[in-house]
Design a protein around this ligand. Structure first.
Ligand code: SF4
Length: 356
């Protein structure tokens, strides 16, 4: 995920032990295998600490200053991205299952100090990160203890959910403005963007300041079930008055704008007074006589009542189309959408849905 926000290839990093370059990405290495784990947590500590001597394990615990837990979580992907740029070193798997493989030729030059320094430089180059502490845990007893602690942090993060009511800020994305003048997507905890960006990802991207197209939007006061004053102000400003307001979970009245990369489109079927959902992979006509591509051409960058672009992730939201009746109002879906929703939608509701 994070490579969308932070590009390690643009970081100016020098390695004093092994060669460090993009050309080594994807290199398959045979050699000595170290068991590892990775975790990034928010924290204010700084510097480098290496605990123990290099034997069989390498635990990587990084504290990043000035970032939220969401951003810290996103930054974990940067560890593998960085280590895989060493020549003769391969970094496999994530979290508690990491393996670091070092070729026999590279082994004598692969030092913990060098690894720690390159990781330190890599994390320090991220604009939103204010301080960095790299802790390499090589002592086996300490490794097991820390690995268990990291696993606990990862489990808690997986269970963490927030709703629109619990946060003060949503995020706006204007990336599609390159092609769609005045377009903006609003991303809330209950409504990932049509292209699938979730609220924690947008929050992390905005905090890390690595791209310019995400911005924080104070949601303001509720102006109805799925409308917020701060969101309306932001949308009005970002669309230069073209769109006055949006209702986040609506299709028929003031739906959100649709960007270029929607994974699916919800459309109104007047004869049924219900909704259809078609995914990008479905190439046939839908019940309203339009294909996905034809609908997309009509609605991209626009607020068009009766149509709205959505992501698969949004289908799992508790607020899914709440402004229009939710799943009860869905009467038709494409096979790709059915394959996805049949795992979590109530059987009785599914029976009422026709599959294209
Ligand atoms: S569709 Fe995706 S990339 Fe385009 S503006 Fe919306 S969130 Fe950004």
């Amino acid at each position: 995920m994070l490579h969308r926000y932070v590009d390690p290839s643009k970081m100016d990093i020098k390695s004093e032990c092994l060669e460090f370059d993009d050309i080594y990405l994807g290199e398959r290495v045979k050699g000595r295998v170290f068991r590892g784990f990775e975790v990034v947590t928010p924290g204010d500590d700084q510097g480098i600490e290496v605990i123990g001597e290099l034997t069989n394990v390498i635990g990587i615990w990084i504290e990043a200053g000035g970032v939220s837990d969401e951003a810290a979580m996103a930054l974990e992907a940067l560890i593998g991205e960085t280590v895989n740029r060493f020549g003769g070193v391969e970094y496999k798997f994530r979290k508690e299952n990491v393996e670091i493989i070092v070729s026999d030729e590279s082994m004598h030059r692969f030092t913990p100090d060098c690894l720690a320094k390159v990781l330190h430089d890599s994390f320090t180059s991220i604009p939103g990160v204010k301080s960095v502490k790299i802790r390499l845990i090589l002592d086996e007893d300490e490794f097991e203890r820390a690995r268990e602690e990291a696993a606990k942090i990862h489990r808690q993060r997986e269970e963490y959910r927030v709703s629109e009511d619990e946060v003060t800020d949503f995020y706006a994305c204007t990336s599609c403005q390159y092609y769609l003048l005045n377009h903006v997507c609003i991303i809330s905890p209950d409504r990932p963007s049509p292209c699938g960006t979730a609220w924690p990802e947008a929050k992390a991207a905005e905090e890390l300041e690595a791209v310019h197209y995400y911005s924080r939007v104070e949601k303001g006061k509720k102006a109805g079930n799925d409308e917020f004053t701060g969101v309306d102000d932001a949308v009005k400003k970002m669309t230069e008055g073209k769109v006055e307001k949006i209702k986040l979970h609506s299709v028929l009245a003031f739906p959100p704008l649709t960007g270029l990369y929607s994974e699916a489109i919800v459309f109104y079927i007047p004869e049924k007074d219900g909704f259809g959902i078609v995914d990008r992979g479905y190439k046939k006509k839908t019940p309203i006589g339009l294909t996905f591509d034809e609908m997309e051409r009509i609605i991209a960058g626009q607020q068009v009542e009766g149509f709205v672009g959505i992501s698969f992730a949004y289908m799992k939201s508790e607020k899914f189309l709440k402004g229009g009746g939710g799943w009860k109002r869905v009467v038709w879906v494409s096979p790709g959408v059915y394959a996805y929703i049949c795992k979590f939608i109530d059987e009785n509701l599914l029976k009422e849905v026709k599959v294209g």
